[in-house]
Design a binder for this molecule. Structure first.
Ligand SMILES: [Zn+2]
Ligand SMILES: [Zn+2]
Length: 233
């Protein structure tokens, strides 16, 4: 109980946790604890901001700071929180600075979501979590595909299938062109470029697409005011 470790009185703890002093007193008794004023030892001095910040700036972890100060990690964690200091961020900064000086393109840093993972150097001279980036690219592609699918009518031109976007594909009408994939590895094209490409395609489900490719179905085209008629043979 860090508040007790700080040697706060019942009134001070009550103010800290926004409960009435009688509630605090009740729970202290339930747990066999005593607040300051009722105990022999004086309050432990606060870990002051500046000396904590200096240790954090050196890129030390919570356990390292705790052993430096000779106190339990829970106490360090409590005061880091009180002073809004973040060891993860400053450790990242220190590691990134060193890696940048050495010209490293990939460095292991701590990501808030993914923990210790590879971070890749980006244009602006900062490192970014590779997994966060991959997720964001995938999400961007899903969103763009949803827009293009909607614009292409939202369902398979041959059978009307629309249940799962992952099973809908863009088939190029001009056989000289390759079928169009949104997920060209490593390339994120602009929405307008993708739109122009999608306009030369017809939306098919995976099954109809396979049939068309195998010659079992044909797509008849009528370029009358902007629509395409497709037929199954
Ligand atoms: Zn991440
Ligand atoms: Zn279909």
């Amino acid at each position: 109980m860090p508040l007790l470790e700080e040697g706060l009185s019942i009134d001070a703890i009550a103010a800290e946790v926004a409960r009435s002093p009688s509630t605090v007193s009740y729970w202290l008794k339930r747990h066999g604890l005593k607040a300051n004023g009722a105990r022999k030892y004086g309050p432990k001095p606060a870990l002051d901001h500046d000396s904590l910040a200096a240790l954090v700036d050196r890129g030390l972890s919570v356990p390292a700071i705790a052993s430096e100060l000779g106190c339990p990690p829970s106490r360090v964690r409590y005061w880091l929180g009180r002073h809004s200091l973040d060891t993860r961020q400053s450790r990242n900064r220190a590691t990134a600075r060193a890696a940048l000086l050495e010209g490293q393109r990939i460095v292991e840093l701590s990501c808030r979501r993914h923990g210790e993972t590879d971070h890749a150097l980006e244009g602006r001279g900062s490192y970014r979590c590779a997994r966060c980036r991959a997720e964001q690219v995938a999400e961007h592609r899903r969103r763009v595909k949803r827009v293009l699918i909607d614009e292409a009518g939202g369902s398979c031109r041959l059978c009307g299938y629309a249940r799962c976007e992952a099973a809908l594909q863009f088939h190029h009408l001009d056989p000289r062109h390759k079928d169009f994939h949104l997920s060209v590895r490593g390339i994120t094209r602009s929405i307008s470029a993708l739109r122009a490409e999608a306009a030369k395609c017809v939306l098919l489900c995976a099954t109809c697409h396979a049939e068309v490719e195998a010659g079992a179905s044909t797509i008849e085209l009528f370029y009358s005011p902007g629509w395409i008629r497709t037929t199954k043979t």
